[in-house]
Design a protein around this ligand. Structure first.
Ligand code: PNW
Length: 480
């Protein structure tokens, strides 16, 4: 319940948690130190460096495995109260199997988490941000149902060791991005291009893994009293032509085939109906004996349904959607053809240096409302949101982006009644941007990857964010 003055003053609620986010492989480095096992990203980039734009990798990255004290100092200087980071699974279970348990990895994160708490910063810990133990990858990775069991075993160790200190957990980061880019289009580890079937199997196994961890937490560690959920990424979608019936329908399909693909099983139960129908019909026409979308058993539907304590939402960008599913539309067996939509950017949406990322600030308000109304999650954390730039210190476009998106988040909170409890901007600092290497920068803090020290420097956006986190006010929007 918000005080009247908070509303008239456009001030964020005093309970709002300001934060920043990173992920293990993107910042830690120390890829083979202290007993850590090889991850599928280590393998992918070492095996063929040309898979990354600048042929670089995360071997050292920001060197946060060693420089974590300095990182905590930066968080303190920013004045944030929440830090989202991920644990590297192969530091805990180097082969992915519990018999490979690595105490040194556990000790590292314990020390780090305790230091965060001492600095009065709440840890939001992601269990999986794409660095699958390579041994499990060789056994089929996210196409193999048993990976969900291995994930449960790893999660159990994390809850046992870190649970006394960690009250906010995220199971898996952005399963959609890894299933589409890693298993469907071959652009990320493990580099598979199975756009017809593997992409759907990947989603099934990651959802089972998420639900397995959720149940272990609530069955065995309920007394720890924390919250755990999945982190789902979504674009904000709107019809290319707001007066076109086909575009309006396609916009709904675009939501269901991306956001609903993961949110529906968890918050409603089963795949979205439109996916079941469209993929089923197309599979039949293509001569498959059953749908390329693997059906859940009734038991599995119940196992996955309801496995959420909040909604972890990553939002960066927006799409204008066009319906292309005219009579006779065929195309090969593919997730993209299943979807039956075509997407683009509007000319007045500001472009970033990342081809997929444009600024459409209203998208934040629109998407928060969409999630709030469709999935009634009770509470949302915006677990990622950020802008890609060049390496410069001066980053006015990032400031504009953050100001616009946060102002729209505030509209959703104050005017639409959406409960947003916290926000972790991506990213605390520049880091290894997957297939883009170090060519695109997402940090509010700049990192000099040429220097041995990996020198960290505040960008203009960091100074701006520091002020916002201190005052709970956006520039020119309220009286501090
Ligand atoms: C997220 N897209 O990935 C990830 O969680 C981060 O690890 C990553 O660094 C960050 O966003 C910036 O890219 C995404 O194509 C990758 O829409 C691609 C997309 C969205 C999110």
């Amino acid at each position: 319940c918000l005080a009247a003055e908070e509303i008239s003053n456009r001030k964020f609620p005093s309970s709002f948690l300001w934060g920043t986010a990173t992920a293990a492989y993107q910042v830690e480095g120390a890829w083979d130190e202290d007993g850590k096992g090889e991850s599928m990203w280590d393998h992918w980039v070492h095996d063929d460096p040309s898979r990354v734009d600048d042929q670089k990798n995360g071997d050292v990255a920001c060197d946060s495995y060693h420089k974590w004290r300095e990182d905590i100092e930066l968080l303190k200087e920013l004045g944030v109260k929440l830090y989202r980071f991920s644990i590297s699974w192969p530091r805990i279970h180097p082969t992915g199997y519990p018999d490979s348990y690595n105490q040194a990895g556990v000790d590292h994160y314990l020390e780090f988490i305790k230091a965060l708490l001492e600095a009065d910063i709440t840890p939001l810990v992601t269990l999986y941000h794409w660095d699958l133990p390579q041994t499990l990858n060789e056994q089929g990775g996210w196409l193999n149902d048993s990976t969900a069991e291995r994930f449960g075993e790893y999660a159990r160790v994390a809850f046992e060791k870190f649970g006394p200190y960690v009250k906010l957990w995220a199971t898996i980061n952005e399963p959609k991005t890894t299933c589409t880019l890693g298993y469907g289009q071959g652009q990320m580890a493990p580099g598979l291009s199975d756009i017809a079937e593997g992409i759907y199997q990947c989603a099934r196994v990651q959802l089972l893994a998420h639900a397995t961890a959720y149940h272990i937490y609530h069955d065995e560690f309920a007394s720890q009293g924390g919250k755990i959920s999945l982190v789902i990424d979504s674009t904000y979608n709107e019809p290319l032509d707001p007066n076109s019936e086909a575009d309006i329908e396609a916009t709904e399909w675009e939501f269901e085939f991306n956001l609903g693909w993961y949110a529906n099983p968890v918050y409603v139960g089963d795949w979205p109906q439109v996916m079941i129908e469209r993929i089923g019909r197309r599979s039949e026409q293509e001569g498959y004996s059953k749908s390329r979308l693997p059906a859940w058993s009734a038991e599995e539907v119940e196992f996955v349904r309801g496995t959420h304590d909040y909604f972890g939402l990553n939002i960066y960008t927006a799409l204008a959607v066009q319906g292309i599913d005219e009579p006779g539309f065929g195309g090969s067996a593919s997730y993209y053809n299943d979807k039956g939509t075509s997407t683009s950017s509007r000319a007045d949406w500001t472009k970033s240096v990342a081809s997929w990322l444009v600024s459409y600030p209203y998208g934040m308000r629109g998407l928060l409302n969409y999630v709030w109304n469709h999935y009634t999650p009770g509470e949302i954390y915006v677990t990622e949101n950020g802008w890609a730039s060049e390496a410069d210190i001066s980053d006015q476009l990032r400031v504009d982006y953050l100001q616009g998106y946060l102002s729209n988040m505030l509209d959703a909170i104050l005017e639409d009644g959406v409960q947003v409890s916290g926000y972790t901007t991506w990213s605390l600092m520049d880091n290894f941007e997957w297939a883009r290497g170090y060519t695109q920068r997402f940090g509010i803090i700049q990192v000099d990857f040429e220097s041995e020290e990996r020198t960290r420097t505040f960008r203009d956006s960091a100074t701006w964010y520091q002020r916002t986190a201190r005052t709970y006010c956006l520039v020119e929007e309220c009286i501090e």
